[in-house]
Each structure stands twice: as C-alpha cells, then as structure tokens.
Design a protein around this ligand. Structure first.
Ligand SMILES: Cc1ncc(C[n+]2csc(CCOP(=O)(O)OP(=O)(O)O)c2C)c(N)n1
Length: 582
C-alpha cells in the first residue's frame, strides 16, 4: 500500500471521523488518496494554526484525540503556536506535517524546515517517519502517547517519498512502550493519609484543575465535595469540572479569581489540589500562597509534583481512580469518630466563607447608557441556561466569560489557559462545532484576538459550521490597556483598534450574518436573534472600554493583595441594610 493511503487507513482504524488541514506539495499524495476515500471528513482551514486549534477544540470537548494535517516548511511553522498551546493545556492531538523527500532532508530544499527539531520542545513526543512499514506502528504509538498519561500533542513528520512508495501496512494490535508507563493508581498509603487530613481539617479547600476534566473525574469530585462538604475552587482550565451554581462552588481562583476563593485558599489548613499544576497565575507570589496549609496534590504527571509549590502529600495517579480510592478512604474515616472540634471548626469556616461571599461578590456597576461586558456574559449564560459550548479569545473578555458564565458541564469550555493565545477562539470553536453538529457553540472573543484568525469565517461558512461569535468590542487591546492603566500609570501605548474593520460588514463579506449593538437594552434581543439564526453570526457588542477585570492580583503579588472592584450600588445598599455593615 502507498504510505499516503496507510495514513488515512490508520486514522480510520483509530476511530477518527473528522480532521482539519490545508494541502501543499509534500502532502499531496495524501490528498490524492483523500479524493475518493470514504468515512473521513476533512475540513479545509485557511491558515495552519487554525487546523491545530480546531483539533484542540475537537479533543477537549469529545475526550478523543484531535487530528490535523498540514504540509512542510511554512505550514509546519504556522502550526507551532497550536502545538505549544495544546502542550501547555495538556490537550491530546496528533499533528501530521509533510516533509521534503528523505534524500533532500538537510539540503535546504524548497519548503524545508527542521520540523522535528522545531516541534521537539512543544510536543509530548514527535516522530520522523523514514520507512513506509513504520507508518502504521508510529501512528498507533502517536495516538497512544497523545491520549494516555498526561495528555498532550504528538507530531508525526511525513517525508514525501515515504508517502509515495509502497510498503506493507503494519497495524499492531497493542502498543507496548518499555520506557513509557504512566502511573494510574495512586499510592494507597498516601491516599489514606490524605483522607485522614481531609476529614480532620477545620478549613479545607478543594483546588481543581483541568486534569479533573481530562480524566472525566467530575462525578467523583461532586461525590467527594458532597460527602465532605468541602468548598471547591477551580482554575481557568478546571471550569465546568464542578457546577458554578453548586452551593459549595467558590468559582475561579488566582489572578482574576473571586475574592472569596483566594481568601479561602490563603486561610486553608488543608488544600487538596486535584489535576492542577500551581500555575503562576493561580499562586501569585509563591511564598505567600496558602502559607499555613497541608497541601495534598493529586496529579498524573510526577514532574508537576512540588515543581512550583512544595507539597506535603503527593499522590501520583489518574484523578478519577485516585478520587475513587480517596472516597472509599474518606468513608472509612468518617465511620470512626470525628473530633467535635473539627465539626465546630468547620461551621466557623463555612460562616467565614459566607461572609467573604457577601462582602465582596463578583460585581460591576450597571449603566443605562453603556454596555457593561459582564452583563453580556450574564445574559449569554441566562439565555443559554449554561448549556452552550463556550470558547474564548485571550484578554479581558476571556476573564469575564470565566467569571460570569454559569458552567454546568465539563468539556463545554475551551480557552487558552497556559499559553494565552490570542486568535485561539474562532478556529477552536470551529473544531468544537465540527465535533458537535447541531449543538450551540459560542466564541466570546475580543476585537484584538478575533482579528488574529478572522479568516476562518470562510471555513465556518463553507463547511457549514454555524459558530456564534460574540465580540466584546472595546476598540482595543483591553487587557493591555488595563495593565497600562493600573501598573504603568495610564501611559497608554499601542492599544487602540478604532472600530476597524467593521465587523458586521466583515461577517457579510464572508457570507455570515452580522449584528451590532451599543445600548444595554439591545443586548438581550440581539443575543436571542443570534441564537435563532442557523448561520454563523458575528454579534458585535460595543462595550465600555474603561471597564477593568476585578478582582486583580498584580503579577508577582500575593493573592490576598487583590485590587477589588469598586462596590456596586447593589452591594452598597446591602451593606447599609445589614446590621453590622461592612
Ligand atoms: C498572540 C498573542 N499576542 C499578544 C498577546 C498579549 N496580549 C494579551 S491580552 C491582549 C489584548 C487582547 O485584546 P482583545 O482580544 O481585544 O481582548 P480584550 O482584552 O480587549 O477583551 C494582548 C495583546 C497574546 N496573549 N497573544
């Protein structure tokens, strides 16, 4: 079989139904086979990074491996941002690139780049295929490595001659890699130790990251929280792992986390990190992070343990399996007598958290004339009842979406957490829509971020991917403006994007629907119209450009040193009514 056919047969064997790509010389043999190949949908993107991000969206929301295919040289280098993005957020994708024929590698041939050299630091693993008989086994290994252990991107480089030549198609039934054996079961002794601490803690907090979502451990998490009545805070990547409206939910922690989650983590006596990696946006100043707690860390990646923060009870394993074992251990502990002091301590802790929640909720000042971005997200959340697949760009809008959308389900939230990639929104939303035809996919984007990949509107239109794009349009790079305002003393530089292009006209130019609103009263009808339109839509929402994301922990600061939003009228009135005042 020619190598090119083996690639597509291998994808089918791996259960791939859709993949994202853009052809060019080195991969033309594959596209030639694709011409009449059945059972695989190919989505033609307009720039290669978009193929990578679309594969990320597909993977994150299905739990399956996302796939993309691009040609050699500039196509491969275009893909690098998406690979690094997937690497930092632990998203399983397999990315294929074309390569010049093997005898030309290293000759500075046309469209040659050292693909495996370039992708080595931004992939979990990579392969250069040198012989057709290796294609099957390599693809099998690539999918296995991407999806197991801590998930991540794997890159396969395919020289053109290997794609053209015929060889035997080898398909191993099982993958055995001697040097790669992720640990799934946690150490029972450590799990019992964690259970003892958890049950006896007076001020415990569960700190939950994206690992809970990738290991499908949300059910076990809900059970643990309900059984122990311990409050739950999530990272940006962990949103959706625990329902936002659950009474135990503290929302997001960290730089733009809620006041009460940061306070709770700071004052905790036992902190259980589950599938989270103590990212600097979460910890703030490390010496001041949760200074008096015993830290239990559950993670599948041993290299994450004590990397940024020293932990006291490390448990390496799959979050779901460890949580199951932890639940059993906690039940055993609960069967024994729990000290009265613990129960009383817990009541005081719950009261303290409730007080923080009333004192400093997420808040913003309403304005009858200007649209507040937070209001747009609140209404999106209401009108979709938290059921939409939500994707974002990077910036203020991303943080408002994280703070104000009421997440109900796991695998419904895609955002660039680790890398913070502007331009991630639209292509990722496209991948989500391709994976879930007929479902509602919303890309909440910034005008700056959206501009970085707006060419993908063409893909949305031609491939019938009716993504809804809500541009939180503040005529500029809002997050940069916020930093220049707060940290650089209002010396505004290189942040203005003054209404160009006209997003409604741009939508129309691509065959999509454009709607613009600039008054608060127009927001709900416009969202309703967007939701009932079967085509891709851009809803251009002109918002207050002076609005800032609060709370905010300035970079390098301690999480308790948050800059808070000025109290809203509602909160002031509540405070005046309360007997103690605050
Ligand atoms: C590719 C890339 N370039 C630059 C940045 C730095 N950066 C972070 S947020 C931001 C501004 C984002 O503006 P916009 O998308 O309009 O969102 P807003 O903050 O206004 O909501 C910039 C330039 C980045 N994160 N990614």
């Amino acid at each position: 079989m020619p190598g090119a056919r083996m690639v597509l047969e291998a994808l089918k064997k791996e259960g791939v139904d859709v993949f994202f790509g853009l052809p060019g010389g080195a991969v033309l043999p594959i596209y030639d086979v694709l011409y009449d190949f059945e059972g695989l949908r190919h989505i033609l993107v307009r720039q290669e990074a978009a193929a990578g991000h679309a594969a990320e969206g597909y993977a994150r929301t299905t739990g399956k491996v996302g796939v993309c295919l691009v040609t050699s040289g500039p196509a491969a280098t275009n893909l690098v941002t998406a690979l690094q993005d997937a690497y930092m957020d632990s998203i399983p994708i397999v990315a294929f690139t074309g390569q010049v024929p093997t005898h030309l590698i290293g000759n500075d041939a046309f469209q040659e780049a050292d693909n495996v050299g370039i992708t080595r630091p931004c992939t979990k693993h990579n392969f250069l295929v040198k012989d057709g008989k290796d294609i099957g086994p390599i693809i099998r290994e690539a999918f296995h490595i991407a999806a197991t252990g801590r998930p991540g991107p794997v890159h396969v480089d395919l020289p053109k001659d290997v794609l053209v030549k015929e060889a035997e198609f080898v398909w191993p039934e099982r993958v055995v890699l001697r040097s790669y054996n992720p640990t799934y079961e946690g150490h029972l002794g450590q799990i019992k130790k964690a259970a003892r601490s958890l049950v006896r803690a007076k001020r415990p907090v569960l700190y939950v990251g994206g690992g809970v979502i990738s290991s499908d451990a949300h059910g076990e998490l809900a059970e643990l929280a309900a059984l122990t009545q311990i409050p739950v805070t999530t990272t940006l990547m962990g949103l959706g792992a625990f329902p936002s409206e659950d009474a135990l939910s503290l929302g997001m922690l960290g730089m733009h986390g809620t006041y009460y989650s940061n306070m709770a983590v700071h004052h905790a006596d036992v902190l259980v990190a589950i599938g989270a990696r103590f990212d600097d946006r979460v910890t703030g100043k490390v010496e001041a992070f949760s200074p008096n707690s015993e830290i239990i860390h559950i993670d599948i990646d041993p290299s994450s343990i004590s990397k940024n923060i020293k932990v006291h009870v490390p448990i390496v394993g799959d979050c779901r399996r460890v949580l199951r074992a932890l639940l059993a251990a906690v039940r055993e502990e609960l069967a024994s007598e729990v000290p009265v002091a613990t129960r009383e301590g817990r009541r005081a802790w719950q009261a303290q958290i409730a007080e923080w929640q009333t004192k400093f909720p997420l808040q913003y000042e309403w304005d009858d004339e200007v649209i507040k971005p937070q209001y747009v997200i609140e209404e999106l959340s209401n009108l979709t009842q938290g059921e939409a697949y939500m994707v974002t760009g990077v910036g203020q809008h991303q943080m408002w979406a994280a703070q104000y959308y009421k997440f109900k389900h796991p695998r419904h939230w895609c955002t660039s957490g680790g890398l913070g990639t502007m331009g991630y929104g639209l292509p990722t939303a496209m991948g989500v829509q391709a994976a879930h035809p007929g479902k509602l996919v919303i890309d909440v984007d910034g005008d700056g971020s959206f501009a970085m990949n707006s060419q993908e509107l063409a893909t949305c239109f031609t491939e019938r991917l009716p993504v809804k794009i809500v541009i939180i349009n503040n005529s500029g790079h809002g997050m940069v403006r916020q930093w220049q305002r707060i940290i650089y003393k209002e010396r505004y530089c290189a942040i203005d994007l003054p209404g160009i292009p006209d997003w409604v006209k741009l939508a129309e130019a691509y065959g999509c629907v454009g709607i613009r609103v600039s008054k608060p009263a127009e927001v709900v009808p416009a969202i309703e119209k967007m939701l009932s339109t079967p085509a891709p839509v851009i809803l251009d929402v002109c918002v207050d450009k002076d609005e800032c994301v609060f709370p905010m922990v300035p970079a390098g600061g301690a999480n308790v040193d948050m800059i808070l939003a000025p109290p809203s009228r509602e909160v002031k009135e509540k405070a005046a009514r309360s007997q103690t005042g605050f």
